[in-house]
Structure formats: C-alpha cells, structure tokens
Ligand binder design. Structure first.
Ligand code: HEM
Length: 504
C-alpha cells in the first residue's frame, strides 16, 4: 500500500468520525433543545469520567446555565447520548404526574432470568411494576411501621450505647459511619429478619456488602457503561447493575431466613414477614388467602432493594442533619428542647405517637433534605413519544431523562439564599409557599419513594436519641466548606462528618 492511500484512508476515517460526532452532538439543536458546548468523545461528562465532578453536579451546572434561556428542558450528553433534564416545574409535574404514562419507566436494566434479584420495584416498569407496587404498598402503611417501631428502637438504643462507649475513649466520632451502621442494622433487622450487629462490628458482612454495593470500582463503571449502551449486550454477557457478589450474598441470606421461618413457624413483625405472607398469597389486612401471590424470586428481589434503596439514603440524610445541627447550635438547642418537652408529655416514653408530634424536628429534617437531597438526580425513561407542551420538541420513546433535584433545591428562585440552613422554610406558614415540584427529595407521583414514612420514622428516632443523649459540635477534622464525593449516585460528604460529642 502506498503512502497516499494510507493517508486517504486515515483522512476518510477522521472525516467519518467527525461527522458521526457532529451529527450526534447536533441532535438537541435539531429538536430545539438548548445545551452547553460538548467536548470531543465525552460529550458533557469529561469531568465526571475523570471524577472531578459528580453526575448530579454536572446536571445542576447545566440546569443553572440553561435556565435563563427560558426553555423548559435541556440535555447533558453522556458521550454521544443526550440525557434530557427538565427545567420548568410544569414539565416536571407532567413527567411525574399528569403525563406519567409517558414516563413510567426508570430505564434501569434488569434480567429476571439470569439475575432474579434485579427484577425489583425500582427497576420494573409497565404492568409488572404497577401490580407489584399495589401488592407492596400495604407493607408501608403507618400501621405496619408502628408494628416495627420496637425493632427500630432497639437499634437506636444500641447506637447510643456504642457511641457512649466510643466517646469515653475519644469524643471525636465520624457520625456518618455510625449512622450507616445503624441503618444497616435497622434494615437488616426489618427486611431480612437478621441481627447484623454492624454497630458493634463494623466488619460485619452485611455492612461490607452494603458498602461494596455503593463503591464504584473502574470495572463497575465499565460494566454499567456497557449496560447503559445496550440492554441486549448486557443480557448476553449476563451483566448486572450491582456487583454479583453483592446480589448473591443478599439472595442467600434471604433464602435461608425465609426457609428457616417457614420450617420453624417463626413469625416476626417485619418487612420479611410481609414478603413471606405475599409469597403465600395471604392478605396483609385480613390474613385470608388470595391469588395476589408473589414468587420466591420476587420476594427476594424486594428484600434486596429495600436494603439498597434504604440504608445509604437514610444514613446520608441523617448525617447531613447532624452536620447542620452541630454547625448551628441555636437550632440544635431548639430541637433538643422540643424533644425534652414532648418526652415530658409522654412520661418519658418514646413511641410512634411521640415521634409524630415532633414538628420542629420534621422541619430540621425537611430543610436538611432540601439542602442535601440524598438522591440528587434520578432517572426516568420516555416510554411513548412526548411533545413538550408549548414547544415543537418531541422526546422520542426510549430517551432517558434525569430529574435535577439538587439544582431545584438550591435554586434561589424557589428557595432564597439556598445555601443557608433555615428550617423555618418548612414552618406551618412558609411551607405552603413552597412551589409545587420544587421540593422533591422522595420523588413525586405514582413512582414516589415507597419507603418515605419508614425512612422518616427511622431518621427522627435516631435524631431524638442523639439529641437526648449528647450535645455535639463540629470537630476540627471536618473541613469547611464540606467537600462532596464525586463518585457514586448519592450525595455524600467525601471525608465523612467528624463531630465532637459530649454526653448529657
Ligand atoms: C431518606 C431516605 C430516602 C430517600 C431520600 C429516598 C428517595 C427516593 C427517591 C428519590 C426515589 C425515586 C422517586 C421517583 O423516581 O420519583 C425512591 C424510590 C424508592 N425508594 Fe426511596 N428513599 C429513601 C428511603 C427509602 C427506604 C427506607 C426504602 C425501603 C425500605 C426505600 C425504597 C424505595 C423503593 C422500593 C423505591 C422505588 C419505588 C417505585 O419505583 O415504585 N426508600 N426513593
């Protein structure tokens, strides 16, 4: 081959590549959607790939840059694939609620045949999701959570015992880790029927596997990129969203516990019992048999997702609340005063009703989840072509979307001085002025978080026992402003939250 021919082939290849990328990056322009400039190969996520920025940060940055244009939607290019980001609250309302039938999928890969625990409530869509959601909803009623209150309380007491022992040796503790151990024990206790003991033993397998699920190694990143690029390839290669060792571990624990309970007629007031009842076709309210059974694999998958959806989100949200309470001593004192006054009213007894009466603590938690939403950006997939009202833009079936929760919560148009921690935004007068769909830590509409009440009770209880037992202030080890983790999908402080605690 002569030199000229080689040069021509290379030039042709470069030209093809150029037009391929140009065509891909022109997609949004062609449908009228404004975006920020892209860079070759990476689209808009070069800084995410090199871990200088998290995905939700990138989404929020794009939201802020495009919002002044007044267009209701923008997009972030993940390499050559645009992912839409709705900006206007009306459009967000349509996606969640009014036109939900166009967006009832999250686009999360699952493979029922090769990885049965991947077919859980979070990943299913269409009729399968709808049927399962209606079967599981009764498991999260106030009545069922009241039933589990004693189990949660036992873990809360254990947390205080462990903290008391720790602070006798060193008053500085990394509170996010302690809270993650508490939520691991609570969800292990309620969804798996197991005493995981991670508060006493941080190396407990449950804790290790929980951490592994949220740790993104390079291989996890590559695997998830393949999954995002093609469901079909992922299925042939038998890939799974979570590392195999994680799903295998949780599946085995659940199978063993279900079998133990069934063989020994053991009954417990927890989520696992509810899943066993559903598996056996028992009505959750009347105990009568019906044909609304779920399979063993379906029961295993739900136990798995209750753990994964529940432990990291709840512990980070509490961690941020403690961080702000440590920083704002007046707010901490006010919250503690409410706890002691309500305790007096209840003769020192902590129960579900006591927790429900803590209005100011609700405000503190709500403000903490506004400033630091544990799920800062979450996804949806368009399941039917959708024309954005008032525009000519059509979102095609199959296109992904990301809801920019963090950006909305820090938007000064909705929350003036958004970086200031001010629970009064949620007092009885002000909370009615919050614009609909601008505050969405748990999502909205039919796919809203099913575990919201459970998470709230668990978080409030932890804060009650902490406020009752300790005074806390920020340790010098916590550097301000708090640096956030750039890996992973939840919002988390990069170096934990170090607190100095003093026993009351
Ligand atoms: C502070 C704690 C929590 C936060 C901030 C949170 C947040 C969320 C968000 C944002 C969604 C997606 C909503 C949407 O797409 O519209 C979601 C869904 C979900 N969450 Fe939570 N969550 C929390 C705790 C929990 C707990 C404790 C459980 C279970 C025990 C749980 C189970 C689920 C499940 C199963 C779904 C999928 C629901 C469906 O698609 O039907 N979450 N959560």
């Amino acid at each position: 081959m002569n030199f000229e021919l080689i040069l021509t082939i290379i030039s042709l290849l470069i030209a093809c590549l150029y037009f391929y990328f140009k065509n891909a990056f022109d997609y949004c322009k062609k449908i009228g959607v404004p975006t920020v400039p892209t860079s070759f190969l990476f689209g808009n996520i070069k800084s995410v790939v090199f871990r200088q920025q998290s995905i939700s940060d990138k989404v929020a940055e794009t939201y802020r840059l495009i919002k002044p244009s007044g267009y209701p939607i923008t997009a972030v290019y993940f390499f050559v694939h645009p992912v839409f980001v709705p900006i206007s609250l009306d459009l967000i309302k349509n996606i969640f609620l009014k036109d939900f039938h166009h967006f009832d999928d999250r686009g999360i890969f699952y493979d029922e045949d090769n990885d049965p625990v991947s077919a859980h409530l979070f990943s299913l869509y269409g009729d399968k999701w709808k049927t399962l959601r209606s079967k599981l909803t009764p498991a999260f009623t106030t009545g069922k959570i009241k039933f589990m209150f004693d189990l949660i309380q036992k873990n809360a007491k254990e947390m205080i015992d462990v903290l008391s022992e720790m602070t006798q040796i060193n008053r500085e503790v990394e509170i996010k880790d302690i809270l993650a151990r508490y939520t691991t024990d609570v969800i292990g206790n309620t969804a798996f029927g197991i005493e995981c003991n991670s508060l006493r033993n941080p190396e407990a397998e449950f804790r290790v596997m929980g951490n592994r699920a949220f740790l993104q190694t390079k291989w996890d990143l590559i695997r998830n990129m393949i999954i995002c690029a093609s469901d079909k390839v992922a299925k042939v290669l038998r890939l799974s969203v979570f590392p195999k060792e994680v799903s295998k571990f949780f599946k085995k624990v659940l199978e063993e516990t279900i079998s133990y309970r069934e063989n020994n007629n053991v009954m417990r007031k927890d989520f696992l019992q509810i899943l066993i009842m559903l598996k056996n076709g028992q009505n959750l309210e009347s105990n009568e048999l019906n044909d609304q059974k779920i399979t063993l694999n379906e029961a295993l998958a739900q136990g798995f997702i209750f753990f994964l959806a529940g432990f990291e989100t709840t512990s980070t949200s509490m961690g941020f609340a403690v961080f702000e309470l440590a920083l704002n001593e007046d707010i901490q004192e006010k919250a503690r005063k409410e706890v002691f006054e309500t305790l007096e009213k209840h003769n020192g007894e902590i129960n579900y009703d006591f927790i429900s009466e803590l209005n100011y603590l609700d405000m503190v938690l709500a403000e903490s989840m506004r400033k630091y939403p544990p799920a800062p950006a979450y996804c949806r997939k368009c399941t039917k072509d959708y024309q954005i009202p008032g525009t000519k833009t059509i979102i095609k079936k199959g296109m992904p979307l990301v809801i920019p929760t963090f950006a909305l919560h820090r938007d000064p148009d909705y929350f003036p001085e958004p970086d200031v921690f001010n629970p009064e935004r949620f007092n009885n007068t002000n909370k009615h002025n919050i614009k609909e769909f601008s505050y969405i830590p748990f999502g909205e509409g039919p796919r809203k978080c099913i575990g919201m009440k459970f998470a709230t009770v668990q978080s409030k209880l932890a804060l009650v026992v902490l406020l009752k037992s300790f005074k806390f202030k920020l340790s010098e080890k916590t550097k301000l402003p708090l640096k956030m983790e750039t890996k992973g999908i939840t919002l988390a402080p990069a170096n934990g939250v170090w607190i100095e605690m003093e026993r009351i």
